[in-house]
Design a protein around this ligand. Structure first.
Ligand SMILES: NC(=O)c1ccc[n+]([C@@H]2O[C@H](COP(=O)([O-])OP(=O)(O)OC[C@H]3O[C@@H](n4cnc5c(N)ncnc54)[C@H](OP(=O)(O)O)[C@@H]3O)[C@@H](O)[C@H]2O)c1
Length: 338
């Protein structure tokens, strides 16, 4: 078993990691870290468990460590759910000390030698791990995109063979995407907030890297334009987005591509039976009805119309965050990087 730790284990994404790793068949969860506020306390005593699933008792007795080099010396791999400003140095420190890092944080995503991976979309970008190793790093960092970009790029995976130049997206994003302290109830209840700091920029840049080509030493960005408008809505989990693409293929051919999609990865424990599921009903996908598909790892698509227009939705803290990192780690493991 690979010994793993979760950095930021008490937060919204950190709790998802603990949920997904407590009984993982390949990874043994041995270490949990958080801020000095929580360090030294037993996980079950300090965490304010807010997920809809039962508390994972197996992890409950782990004592929270401070997020330091010493506390991580016995793990092979860490999953980072730290705030970006904390993650920047901590993840670099881990990689320098021989630890593999699978990160949710944005700090390193756009660096030239750091892979930004959605396993179904760009598994070959893991070749950047070799580029990091060639530079003398003992460990390495692999990142996953922000929650909305994961849902968007995975929904595009079945359409990769159809060329387009202009991609527009309007998101309706759940409040869990802002973390536990992120949005005040008085601000979001009965409301829509048409601004999420840096989210539009992240969607517009991260998508081009993910859908770009790995040339053996770096990534050549995808050659299209992305224009995003991001909005926070009073949904707990599940980011919904309306997508417009200048694809010329007829609607029935696009629907068939969604229906028949087979991802290029196989046999990973967190991989859902369907990475992308096409829903026929005219009023789907909906977060409340569809975010649990594939244990939160399936991205749903529907409402395909001429234009080309469609709607997609995925669970933001599972497929869009912790589940994405765990799937990356499983792929890394099968590629013998651990
Ligand atoms: N929420 C999402 O849907 C989502 C999706 C994709 C990516 N992300 C990214 O994932 C990361 C975590 O997001 P979140 O929503 O889970 O945030 P969160 O709920 O605010 O949790 C933050 C975690 O980091 C710990 N922490 C804070 N300051 C620290 C420090 N100085 N040293 C060590 N640990 C510290 C906190 O520990 P204490 O409890 O002890 O304070 C807590 O465990 C962020 O980078 C975010 O941008 C989030």
């Amino acid at each position: 078993m690979i010994k793993v730790g979760v950095l930021g284990a008490t937060g919204a994404v950190g709790q998802r990691f603990v949920q997904l790793l407590a009984e993982h068949p390949w990874f043994e969860l041995t270490t949990l870290t958080a801020s000095d506020r929580s360090a030294g306390k037993v996980y079950r005593d300090v965490v304010n468990w807010r997920l809809e699933v039962p508390f994972p008792e197996k992890a409950g007795g782990i004592r929270i460590s401070p997020t330091t080099k010493e506390s991580l010396k016995d793990v092979d791999l860490v999953f980072s759910a730290l705030p970006a400003e904390v993650a920047a140095d901590v993840e670099t420190m881990c990689a320098a000390n021989g630890v593999a890092v699978c990160s949710n944080a944005s700090s390193h995503r756009m660096e030239a030698d750091i892979p930004l991976v959605v396993p179904e979309v760009n598994p070959d970008h893991l070749g950047l791990i070799d580029v990091q190793k060639d530079k003398g790093r003992d460990g390495f960092i692999v990142t996953n995109p922000n929650c909305s970009t994961i849902v968007l790029t995975l929904s595009l995976a079945p359409l990769r063979s159809y060329p387009f130049t202009d991609l527009r997206v309007a998101t309706m994003q759940a409040i869990s995407g802002a973390g536990f302290q992120g949005v005040a109830a008085m601000a979001i209840y009965d409301n829509v907030i048409p601004y999420i700091g840096s989210e539009e920029e992240k969607m517009e840049t991260e998508s081009l890297k993910i859908l770009g080509k790995f040339d053996g030493s770096g990534i050549v960005n995808a050659p299209f334009r992305v224009s995003a408008s991001c909005h926070r809505v009073p949904v707990i989990d599940g980011h919904t987005m309306a997508v417009w693409l200048d694809i010329k293929e007829p609607v029935d051919k696009v629907v068939r591509a969604f229906r028949d999609y087979k991802p290029p990865i196989h046999g990973l424990p967190s991989q859902p039976a369907k990475s992308v599921e096409y829903l026929d009903q005219p009023d789907r996908p909906q977060p409340r009805l569809d975010r649990g598909k594939g244990n939160g790892m399936t991205v749903s698509v529907g409402r395909v119309r001429e234009g080309l227009r469609y709607v997609t939705m995925g669970h933001n803290t599972i497929r869009g965050a912790a589940g994405a990192s765990v799937l990356n780690a499983e792929l890394i493991y099968t590629r013998k990087y651990l």
